[in-house]
Ligand binder design. Structure first.
Ligand SMILES: Cc1cc2nc3c(=O)[nH]c(=O)nc-3n(C[C@H](O)[C@H](O)[C@H](O)COP(=O)(O)O)c2cc1C
Length: 305
Protein backbone atom coordinates (compact mmCIF):
# COMPACT_ATOMS: atom_id res chain seq x y z
CA UNK A 1 0.00 0.00 0.00
CA UNK A 2 1.27 3.47 -0.92
CA UNK A 3 2.41 5.66 1.99
CA UNK A 4 -0.43 8.19 2.29
CA UNK A 5 0.89 10.08 5.31
CA UNK A 6 0.87 13.87 5.16
CA UNK A 7 1.78 16.79 7.39
CA UNK A 8 -0.59 19.76 7.48
CA UNK A 9 0.23 22.85 9.57
CA UNK A 10 2.22 20.77 12.05
CA UNK A 11 -0.32 17.95 12.32
CA UNK A 12 0.89 14.50 11.26
CA UNK A 13 -1.80 12.47 9.55
CA UNK A 14 -1.49 8.79 8.58
CA UNK A 15 -3.53 9.65 5.47
CA UNK A 16 -5.11 12.86 4.08
CA UNK A 17 -8.73 12.05 5.04
CA UNK A 18 -10.37 13.75 8.01
CA UNK A 19 -13.86 13.56 9.47
CA UNK A 20 -15.65 16.87 8.73
CA UNK A 21 -17.38 18.72 11.56
CA UNK A 22 -20.99 17.74 12.22
CA UNK A 23 -21.28 14.04 11.37
CA UNK A 24 -20.63 11.28 13.94
CA UNK A 25 -18.56 13.57 16.12
CA UNK A 26 -20.80 14.41 19.03
CA UNK A 27 -19.41 11.74 21.34
CA UNK A 28 -15.98 10.37 22.12
CA UNK A 29 -17.22 6.88 21.28
CA UNK A 30 -18.41 7.78 17.79
CA UNK A 31 -15.13 9.59 17.12
CA UNK A 32 -13.20 6.50 18.23
CA UNK A 33 -15.23 4.45 15.75
CA UNK A 34 -14.32 6.88 12.96
CA UNK A 35 -10.63 6.66 13.92
CA UNK A 36 -10.84 2.87 13.92
CA UNK A 37 -12.33 3.00 10.43
CA UNK A 38 -9.16 4.71 9.19
CA UNK A 39 -9.64 8.51 9.22
CA UNK A 40 -6.37 10.45 9.39
CA UNK A 41 -7.81 13.04 11.81
CA UNK A 42 -11.12 14.07 13.31
CA UNK A 43 -12.84 17.44 13.50
CA UNK A 44 -15.35 17.64 16.34
CA UNK A 45 -18.90 18.90 16.14
CA UNK A 46 -18.89 22.72 16.41
CA UNK A 47 -19.04 23.55 20.10
CA UNK A 48 -20.26 26.75 21.74
CA UNK A 49 -20.02 28.19 25.24
CA UNK A 50 -23.40 26.96 26.51
CA UNK A 51 -25.52 23.88 25.79
CA UNK A 52 -27.79 24.43 22.76
CA UNK A 53 -30.64 22.28 21.45
CA UNK A 54 -30.49 23.44 17.83
CA UNK A 55 -33.34 24.09 15.37
CA UNK A 56 -36.80 22.47 15.43
CA UNK A 57 -37.45 19.42 13.22
CA UNK A 58 -37.20 18.60 10.41
CA UNK A 59 -33.49 19.39 10.44
CA UNK A 60 -32.40 17.36 7.40
CA UNK A 61 -33.83 16.86 3.89
CA UNK A 62 -32.28 14.08 1.80
CA UNK A 63 -31.98 15.14 -1.84
CA UNK A 64 -30.88 13.22 -4.95
CA UNK A 65 -27.34 14.60 -4.90
CA UNK A 66 -26.82 15.80 -1.37
CA UNK A 67 -28.30 16.79 1.97
CA UNK A 68 -29.89 20.00 3.10
CA UNK A 69 -29.40 20.45 6.84
CA UNK A 70 -30.33 23.03 9.42
CA UNK A 71 -29.24 21.33 12.62
CA UNK A 72 -28.74 24.73 14.26
CA UNK A 73 -25.45 23.86 15.99
CA UNK A 74 -26.84 21.58 18.75
CA UNK A 75 -24.10 20.83 21.29
CA UNK A 76 -23.56 20.23 25.02
CA UNK A 77 -21.37 23.31 25.57
CA UNK A 78 -17.60 23.42 25.94
CA UNK A 79 -17.43 22.37 29.60
CA UNK A 80 -19.21 19.03 29.14
CA UNK A 81 -17.65 18.38 25.75
CA UNK A 82 -14.15 18.20 27.25
CA UNK A 83 -14.97 14.63 28.33
CA UNK A 84 -15.69 13.63 24.73
CA UNK A 85 -12.37 15.08 23.57
CA UNK A 86 -10.62 13.09 26.29
CA UNK A 87 -12.22 9.90 25.05
CA UNK A 88 -11.53 10.69 21.37
CA UNK A 89 -7.86 11.35 22.18
CA UNK A 90 -7.44 7.66 22.99
CA UNK A 91 -7.48 7.07 19.22
CA UNK A 92 -3.99 8.57 18.93
CA UNK A 93 -4.91 10.56 15.79
CA UNK A 94 -5.13 14.39 15.78
CA UNK A 95 -8.38 15.73 17.24
CA UNK A 96 -9.32 19.15 15.92
CA UNK A 97 -11.82 21.04 18.05
CA UNK A 98 -14.38 23.06 16.09
CA UNK A 99 -15.82 26.13 17.82
CA UNK A 100 -18.48 28.75 17.06
CA UNK A 101 -19.42 31.90 18.92
CA UNK A 102 -21.53 35.04 18.73
CA UNK A 103 -18.68 37.56 19.04
CA UNK A 104 -15.03 37.74 18.08
CA UNK A 105 -13.97 37.48 21.74
CA UNK A 106 -16.25 34.53 22.39
CA UNK A 107 -14.77 32.57 19.48
CA UNK A 108 -11.20 33.28 20.62
CA UNK A 109 -12.05 32.31 24.22
CA UNK A 110 -13.69 29.08 23.07
CA UNK A 111 -10.64 28.23 20.99
CA UNK A 112 -8.54 28.70 24.13
CA UNK A 113 -10.87 26.41 26.13
CA UNK A 114 -10.81 23.87 23.31
CA UNK A 115 -7.01 23.86 23.47
CA UNK A 116 -7.18 23.38 27.26
CA UNK A 117 -9.56 20.45 26.72
CA UNK A 118 -6.76 18.71 24.82
CA UNK A 119 -7.57 19.48 21.18
CA UNK A 120 -4.49 19.26 18.93
CA UNK A 121 -5.75 22.17 16.78
CA UNK A 122 -8.83 24.41 16.59
CA UNK A 123 -11.14 24.92 13.65
CA UNK A 124 -13.04 28.21 13.67
CA UNK A 125 -16.54 27.79 12.26
CA UNK A 126 -16.83 31.12 10.43
CA UNK A 127 -19.21 29.66 7.93
CA UNK A 128 -22.37 27.88 9.18
CA UNK A 129 -25.14 29.33 6.94
CA UNK A 130 -28.19 28.65 9.11
CA UNK A 131 -27.61 29.74 12.74
CA UNK A 132 -28.66 33.30 13.48
CA UNK A 133 -25.86 35.38 14.96
CA UNK A 134 -23.19 32.72 14.40
CA UNK A 135 -21.00 31.18 11.72
CA UNK A 136 -21.26 32.91 8.34
CA UNK A 137 -22.88 35.96 9.95
CA UNK A 138 -19.50 36.68 11.52
CA UNK A 139 -17.34 35.18 8.81
CA UNK A 140 -18.64 37.00 5.73
CA UNK A 141 -16.35 40.04 5.72
CA UNK A 142 -12.56 40.00 5.44
CA UNK A 143 -12.26 42.52 8.31
CA UNK A 144 -14.01 40.27 10.82
CA UNK A 145 -12.33 37.09 9.61
CA UNK A 146 -8.96 38.77 10.08
CA UNK A 147 -9.73 40.09 13.54
CA UNK A 148 -11.22 36.79 14.76
CA UNK A 149 -8.09 34.93 13.61
CA UNK A 150 -5.81 37.55 15.17
CA UNK A 151 -7.62 37.44 18.53
CA UNK A 152 -7.57 33.63 18.49
CA UNK A 153 -3.87 33.60 17.62
CA UNK A 154 -3.20 35.75 20.67
CA UNK A 155 -4.95 33.28 22.99
CA UNK A 156 -3.85 29.88 21.65
CA UNK A 157 -0.71 27.93 20.78
CA UNK A 158 -2.17 25.10 18.69
CA UNK A 159 -2.69 25.47 14.91
CA UNK A 160 -5.74 27.53 13.89
CA UNK A 161 -7.85 26.34 10.96
CA UNK A 162 -10.25 28.96 9.53
CA UNK A 163 -13.29 27.31 7.95
CA UNK A 164 -14.74 29.63 5.34
CA UNK A 165 -18.09 30.10 3.66
CA UNK A 166 -18.68 29.74 -0.08
CA UNK A 167 -21.71 32.05 0.27
CA UNK A 168 -19.68 35.12 -0.63
CA UNK A 169 -18.54 36.98 -3.73
CA UNK A 170 -14.85 36.27 -3.03
CA UNK A 171 -13.73 33.39 -0.84
CA UNK A 172 -10.14 34.26 -1.85
CA UNK A 173 -10.52 37.63 -0.06
CA UNK A 174 -11.72 35.83 3.09
CA UNK A 175 -8.76 33.43 2.87
CA UNK A 176 -6.26 36.29 2.49
CA UNK A 177 -7.82 37.94 5.57
CA UNK A 178 -7.52 34.72 7.60
CA UNK A 179 -3.86 34.42 6.60
CA UNK A 180 -3.19 38.06 7.58
CA UNK A 181 -4.86 37.40 10.94
CA UNK A 182 -2.50 34.51 11.64
CA UNK A 183 -4.54 31.40 10.73
CA UNK A 184 -2.30 28.42 10.00
CA UNK A 185 -4.64 26.75 7.52
CA UNK A 186 -7.84 27.34 5.51
CA UNK A 187 -10.70 24.86 5.43
CA UNK A 188 -13.03 25.21 2.43
CA UNK A 189 -15.97 24.83 2.13
CA UNK A 190 -18.87 24.84 4.53
CA UNK A 191 -22.36 24.23 3.11
CA UNK A 192 -24.14 26.36 0.50
CA UNK A 193 -27.20 28.18 1.80
CA UNK A 194 -30.37 26.67 0.32
CA UNK A 195 -34.00 25.72 0.92
CA UNK A 196 -36.61 23.15 -0.08
CA UNK A 197 -40.41 23.66 -0.30
CA UNK A 198 -43.06 20.93 -0.12
CA UNK A 199 -45.50 21.74 -2.97
CA UNK A 200 -48.45 19.96 -1.33
CA UNK A 201 -48.33 21.84 1.94
CA UNK A 202 -46.87 24.97 0.28
CA UNK A 203 -44.38 25.23 3.11
CA UNK A 204 -40.63 25.21 3.56
CA UNK A 205 -39.61 21.71 4.70
CA UNK A 206 -36.87 22.57 7.18
CA UNK A 207 -37.97 23.78 10.60
CA UNK A 208 -35.54 26.68 10.12
CA UNK A 209 -36.69 27.30 6.49
CA UNK A 210 -33.11 27.73 5.28
CA UNK A 211 -30.33 25.21 5.50
CA UNK A 212 -26.93 24.24 4.14
CA UNK A 213 -26.49 22.06 1.06
CA UNK A 214 -23.73 19.42 1.20
CA UNK A 215 -22.72 16.27 -0.67
CA UNK A 216 -21.92 15.52 -4.35
CA UNK A 217 -23.95 18.52 -5.61
CA UNK A 218 -21.46 20.99 -4.09
CA UNK A 219 -18.20 19.34 -5.15
CA UNK A 220 -17.58 21.58 -8.19
CA UNK A 221 -18.11 24.65 -6.00
CA UNK A 222 -15.71 23.34 -3.37
CA UNK A 223 -13.04 22.47 -5.93
CA UNK A 224 -13.34 25.94 -7.50
CA UNK A 225 -13.03 27.60 -4.08
CA UNK A 226 -9.90 25.59 -3.19
CA UNK A 227 -8.39 26.43 -6.59
CA UNK A 228 -8.97 30.17 -6.04
CA UNK A 229 -7.67 30.07 -2.47
CA UNK A 230 -4.51 28.22 -3.54
CA UNK A 231 -3.67 31.13 -5.83
CA UNK A 232 -4.35 33.66 -3.06
CA UNK A 233 -2.51 32.38 0.05
CA UNK A 234 0.66 30.56 1.13
CA UNK A 235 -0.82 28.64 4.08
CA UNK A 236 -2.14 25.09 3.47
CA UNK A 237 -5.73 24.34 2.53
CA UNK A 238 -8.01 21.49 3.56
CA UNK A 239 -10.69 20.73 0.96
CA UNK A 240 -14.21 19.63 1.87
CA UNK A 241 -17.50 19.28 -0.01
CA UNK A 242 -18.95 16.23 -1.74
CA UNK A 243 -15.99 13.88 -1.39
CA UNK A 244 -17.03 10.23 -1.68
CA UNK A 245 -14.23 8.57 -3.67
CA UNK A 246 -10.46 8.56 -4.09
CA UNK A 247 -10.78 10.53 -7.31
CA UNK A 248 -12.91 13.18 -5.56
CA UNK A 249 -10.16 13.60 -2.97
CA UNK A 250 -7.49 13.75 -5.66
CA UNK A 251 -9.46 16.42 -7.54
CA UNK A 252 -9.40 18.60 -4.41
CA UNK A 253 -5.69 17.96 -3.89
CA UNK A 254 -4.86 18.83 -7.49
CA UNK A 255 -6.81 22.08 -6.96
CA UNK A 256 -4.51 22.82 -4.02
CA UNK A 257 -5.71 20.96 -0.92
CA UNK A 258 -3.10 19.27 1.31
CA UNK A 259 -5.78 17.12 2.97
CA UNK A 260 -9.54 16.60 2.73
CA UNK A 261 -12.55 16.27 5.01
CA UNK A 262 -15.57 14.01 4.51
CA UNK A 263 -19.02 14.65 6.01
CA UNK A 264 -22.08 13.71 3.97
CA UNK A 265 -20.54 10.51 2.56
CA UNK A 266 -20.08 9.29 6.15
CA UNK A 267 -23.79 9.96 6.68
CA UNK A 268 -24.84 8.15 3.48
CA UNK A 269 -22.25 5.35 3.31
CA UNK A 270 -20.97 4.87 6.87
CA UNK A 271 -17.46 4.95 8.33
CA UNK A 272 -16.13 2.51 5.69
CA UNK A 273 -15.81 5.55 3.41
CA UNK A 274 -12.37 6.42 4.86
CA UNK A 275 -10.85 3.04 3.95
CA UNK A 276 -12.50 3.16 0.52
CA UNK A 277 -11.22 6.67 -0.32
CA UNK A 278 -7.68 5.78 0.82
CA UNK A 279 -7.63 2.55 -1.17
CA UNK A 280 -8.80 4.34 -4.31
CA UNK A 281 -6.26 7.13 -3.78
CA UNK A 282 -3.42 4.60 -3.45
CA UNK A 283 -4.50 2.85 -6.63
CA UNK A 284 -4.62 6.09 -8.62
CA UNK A 285 -1.25 7.20 -7.29
CA UNK A 286 0.40 3.90 -8.11
CA UNK A 287 -1.05 3.83 -11.61
CA UNK A 288 -0.07 7.43 -12.31
CA UNK A 289 3.40 7.55 -10.76
CA UNK A 290 2.79 9.65 -7.64
CA UNK A 291 4.97 8.52 -4.73
CA UNK A 292 3.43 10.74 -2.01
CA UNK A 293 0.15 12.66 -1.62
CA UNK A 294 2.18 15.89 -1.49
CA UNK A 295 3.07 15.45 -5.15
CA UNK A 296 -0.61 15.86 -6.02
CA UNK A 297 -1.08 19.22 -4.32
CA UNK A 298 -1.81 22.04 -6.76
CA UNK A 299 -0.79 20.21 -9.93
CA UNK A 300 -3.89 21.51 -11.75
CA UNK A 301 -2.42 25.03 -11.62
CA UNK A 302 -0.46 26.07 -14.73
CA UNK A 303 2.45 27.36 -12.63
CA UNK A 304 2.92 23.95 -10.98
CA UNK A 305 2.82 21.87 -14.15
C1 LIG B 1 -25.57 17.11 9.22
C2 LIG B 1 -24.44 18.09 9.06
C3 LIG B 1 -24.00 18.82 10.16
C4 LIG B 1 -22.95 19.72 10.02
N1 LIG B 1 -22.51 20.41 11.12
C5 LIG B 1 -21.42 21.24 11.01
C6 LIG B 1 -20.88 21.88 12.16
O1 LIG B 1 -21.32 21.70 13.30
N2 LIG B 1 -19.82 22.72 11.97
C7 LIG B 1 -19.25 22.94 10.74
O2 LIG B 1 -18.27 23.70 10.62
N3 LIG B 1 -19.73 22.31 9.63
C8 LIG B 1 -20.79 21.48 9.75
N4 LIG B 1 -21.27 20.83 8.63
C9 LIG B 1 -20.61 21.07 7.33
C10 LIG B 1 -19.59 19.99 7.00
O3 LIG B 1 -18.54 19.95 7.94
C11 LIG B 1 -18.99 20.21 5.59
O4 LIG B 1 -18.30 21.45 5.54
C12 LIG B 1 -20.04 20.22 4.48
O5 LIG B 1 -21.10 19.33 4.78
C13 LIG B 1 -19.46 19.86 3.12
O6 LIG B 1 -18.84 18.58 3.14
P1 LIG B 1 -19.61 17.21 2.72
O7 LIG B 1 -20.22 17.44 1.36
O8 LIG B 1 -18.55 16.15 2.73
O9 LIG B 1 -20.66 16.98 3.75
C14 LIG B 1 -22.33 19.92 8.74
C15 LIG B 1 -22.78 19.17 7.65
C16 LIG B 1 -23.81 18.26 7.78
C17 LIG B 1 -24.27 17.48 6.58
Amino acid sequence: MTDLSVEVCGLRLRNPTMLASGVLDETGKSMLAVAKAGAGAIVTKSIGRDPRVGHPNPTVVELDHGLLNAMGLPNPGIELYAEEINEAKKSGIPIIGSVFGGTEEEIADLAMLMERSGADAVELNLSCPHAKGYGAELGSTPERVESICRLTRGKTKVPILAKLTPNTSSIADLARAAERGGAHCIVAINTLKGMAIDPESRQPILGNKFGGLSGPAIKPVGVRCVYEIYEAVQIPIIGVGGIASGKDAIEYMMAGASAVQIGTAVWTEGTGIFGKVCKEMSKFMKENGYATPRELVGVAHPARR
